[in-house]
Ligand binder design. Structure first.
Ligand code: TYM
Length: 328
């Protein structure tokens, strides 16, 4: 069947994937494979902007590959690779930086957030992060980019950069990408307040054991107004209920919706039920992950093969880019 176009997305190997990555992006990575030619990248160079101690970078890259394969990335059809294995991206990053006003980068909310998070490590790579991300996307001429809503400023930046490049060099070589979100735009962490992320340690890993998952779910913050077991709760503002709506059968969702409001069910009971349903949902993924984990050479082969296929596309784009820029 003819595909509708090309999809690209990237994920940082900062550790194992968590429910935020999964619900915000990875589920879409998997679904889009049916209709699009997909290219998915573990962005180790991007990880360097925040990770100073690189001792675990290789292991984390491997772990992320396991998570993606376990979630349902099909490496025969989809290209799955590691960013630094296709060095053309760094050349394109450099060329795109010439059409990027510095102020635009330092004004981005994502940059300001990083400055707050790591004031002692505001490195040049951090400023150029969205330029490298744009290079990722346009190197593979992606039409569609599945990401969580936190990446929206970067996709808008990429679109503007494509326009600036094509205008300055009077070309149509680069394609303006479209952002694609999942129904869950922003997954909250177990604190029920902030975006789920590893750096805030408010995350639940896909590959955690059922026991670890249950422990993490039991730590989830619920409706703060519900102090005593006998207080009625408000599921509409409770992150546990949000998760029930994603992972639990409709009968459990309906029951929680009614019983929480009249204190018929306590928060602990509600969370244990969620943990049970979440573990059930993740069971096949974890089994598949264990299978891949037992074959590290196969995973390496998949990533090497992915890089080879990615590089064919990348080299062709770079030939066109160099010609457009009139690099001798
Ligand atoms: P990263 O590694 O932070 O996150 C990977 C994907 O997971 C999504 N995500 C979330 N979605 C909803 N709720 C959350 N709590 C949550 N946490 C993470 C992110 O939106 C993202 O889609 N800059 C990118 C990596 C990147 C990239 C690219 C993406 C590099 N080059 C090119 C697309 C195209 C990032 O930081 O992802």
């Amino acid at each position: 069947m003819a595909k509708k176009g090309r999809v690209f997305s990237g994920i940082r190997p900062t550790g194992r994937a968590h429910l935020g990555n999964y619900l915000g992006a990875i589920q879409n990575y998997v679904a889009l494979q049916d209709d699009y030619e997909c290219v998915y990248c573990i962005v180790d160079l991007h990880a360097l902007t925040t990770v100073e101690d690189t001792e675990n970078l290789r292991q984390n890259t491997h772990e992320m590959a396991l998570d993606l394969l376990a979630a349902g990335i099909r490496p025969q059809e989809t290209i799955l690779f590691v960013q630094s294995h296709v060095p053309e991206v760094t050349e394109l990053h450099m060329i795109l930086s010439m059409v990027t006003p510095l102020g635009k980068l330092t004004d981005l909310p994502t940059f300001k957030e990083k400055v707050r998070q790591q004031p002692d490590n505001v490195n040049y790579g951090l400023v150029g992060y969205p330029v490298l991300m744009t290079a990722d996307i346009v190197l593979y001429k992606a039409d569609v980019v599945p990401v969580g809503i936190d990446q929206a400023p970067h996709i808008e930046f990429a679109r503007e950069t494509v326009r600036s490049f094509n205008y300055r060099y009077n070309t149509h070589v680069l394609i303006e990408p479209q952002m694609k979100n999942t129904p869950v735009l922003k997954v909250l962490g177990i604190d029920g307040k902030e975006k789920m992320s590893k750096s805030l340690n408010n995350h639940i890993e896909l590959a955690a054991t059922p026991e670890e998952t249950t422990k993490r779910v039991r730590e989830m913050v619920t409706d703060p107004a519900r102090i005593k077991r006998t207080d009625p709760g408000n599921p509409d503002i409770c992150n546990v209920f949000t998760m029930h709506k994603i992972f639990s059968p409709q009968s459990d969702v309906d029951m929680v919706n009614v019983e929480c409001r009249r204190a018929g069910i306590g928060c602990v009971e509600c969370k244990v039920l969620l943990a049970k349903n979440l573990n059930k949902h993740l069971e096949p993924l974890r089994a598949k992950r264990a299978e891949y984990a037992s074959k590290p050479d196969l995973v390496m082969d998949i990533l090497n093969d992915g890089a080879k296929r990615a590089r064919v596309i990348a080299q062709k784009t770079m030939e066109e880019v160099r010609a457009a820029v009139q690099l001798p």
